[in-house]
Design a protein around this ligand. Structure first.
Ligand SMILES: [Zn+2]
Length: 295
C-alpha cells in the first residue's frame, strides 16, 4: 500500500514537471510567434506607406507630364501662328511684287475722254502667227496676252469659225497717220465716230485686236452679221477678251470687231453681269489688275 502511494506521488511530480516544462516551451514559442506577427505587421504598414508614397509620386509625375504636354501644345500653337504670319507676310510681299510688275495702264480706260501718253509703248511685243492675220503685214501683240489670244483663235478654229486679225498693236505715231488719212478721206466729223486720235486708242496698249473674217476682209461694218461675231459674244470672255464699244456706247460708234484683253476674271464678271468695260468705274477696274494674266 505504501509503495503504491510513493509511486503515485512520484508519478504526479514527474507529470507536473513535464507539464510545467511543456508550458514554458509553448509560452516561449507563443512569444516568438507574437513577435514575428508584430514584425510582419510593421513591415506591412511600411510597405503600405511606401505604396502610397509611390502612388503620390506617380500622380505628381503624371501632372508634370500633362503640364509639359500643355506647354508643348502652346508652343506648337505659337509656332503655327508665327508660320501663318510669315506666310501672310510673304504673300503680301509677293502681291506687291506682282502689282509693281504689272503695267497699271492695262486696265485704264482709253477713249475720247482718257489719254495715253505719247511715249507709252509696251516693252514686250510679239508677232502674231501669220496664219491668223488677214493682211501680209506683221501684226504685234503684248507677249503676255499672246497665249490668251492663241487659245481663243485655236478654239474658234476647232468650232469651224473663220476668225482673222485685221489690226493689233498700233503705236502713237501709226495711230496719228491712220487718223490723218481717215480725216482726209471721210472728214473730221465722220472720222471721229470710228477712229481714235493718237493717244486715245486702246490699240496703243498692245492688248487690243480688231477681228475680221476672210469673207468680210477689211469691210468691218459687215462683221456684226458674221458667225464669228456671234461666237466672240459667246466665248471671248473665256480667254479674257471683252467688247470695248458695244451698241449705244458713249464714246464711239458700235465696234463689233474691236476686242480688248482685260484678263479672264474681269471678262467673266462683265459677261455674267451683262456689263461692259466702260460701265465700271476706274477704282473697280483697278481691283482686277493684280490677276490680269492669271489663268
Ligand atoms: Zn480697234
Amino acid at each position: 500500500m505504501k509503495y503504491w502511494l510513493y509511486f503515485l506521488v512520484i508519478t504526479s511530480i514527474i507529470l507536473l514537471v513535464t507539464l510545467a516544462g511543456m508550458f514554458i516551451v509553448f509560452k516561449e514559442q507563443y512569444t516568438l510567434l507574437e513577435s514575428s506577427r508584430d514584425t510582419l505587421l510593421q513591415q506591412n504598414t511600411e510597405l503600405l506607406e511606401e505604396t502610397i508614397f509611390q502612388s503620390n509620386e506617380i500622380t505628381r509625375l503624371q501632372d508634370q507630364i500633362q503640364e509639359l504636354q500643355e506647354r508643348l501644345g502652346d508652343e506648337i500653337d505659337k509656332f503655327d501662328e508665327l508660320e501663318d504670319r510669315v506666310k501672310d507676310s510673304l504673300e503680301t510681299v509677293e502681291t506687291f511684287k506682282k502689282l509693281s510688275e504689272t503695267d497699271p495702264q492695262l486696265l485704264q480706260k482709253y477713249s475720247k475722254v482718257y489719254f495715253l501718253n505719247e511715249h507709252y509703248s509696251p516693252k514686250d511685243l510679239e508677232t502674231i502667227d501669220h496664219n491668223h492675220v488677214l493682211s501680209p503685214k506683221q501684226l504685234k501683240i503684248k507677249e503676255q496676252v499672246a497665249p490668251f489670244l492663241d487659245e481663243l483663235l485655236e478654239e474658234a478654229q476647232d468650232d469651224d469659225i473663220d476668225l482673222q486679225i485685221l489690226s493689233a498693236y498700233r503705236s502713237f505715231g501709226i495711230q496719228a497717220t491712220i487718223k490723218q488719212n481717215y480725216v482726209l478721206t471721210y472728214g473730221a466729223t465722220a472720222a471721229n465716230t470710228f477712229s481714235a486720235d493718237q493717244g486715245y486708242s486702246e490699240h496703243q496698249l498692245g492688248t487690243t485686236v480688231d477681228f475680221t473674217t476672210k469673207d468680210v476682209g477689211g469691210e468691218l461694218s459687215r462683221f456684226q452679221t458674221t458667225e464669228a461675231y456671234e461666237w466672240l459674244l459667246d466665248n471671248a470672255y473665256k480667254y479674257g477678251f471683252t467688247l470695248s464699244y458695244p451698241e449705244n456706247n458713249a464714246y464711239y460708234q458700235f465696234e463689233p470687231w474691236h476686242w480688248r484683253f482685260v484678263g479672264k476674271e474681269l471678262a467673266k464678271d462683265l459677261h455674267r453681269n451683262d456689263q461692259h468695260f466702260y460701265d465700271l468705274d476706274q477704282r473697280k477696274l483697278n481691283t482686277y489688275l493684280i490677276g490680269i494674266f492669271d489663268d
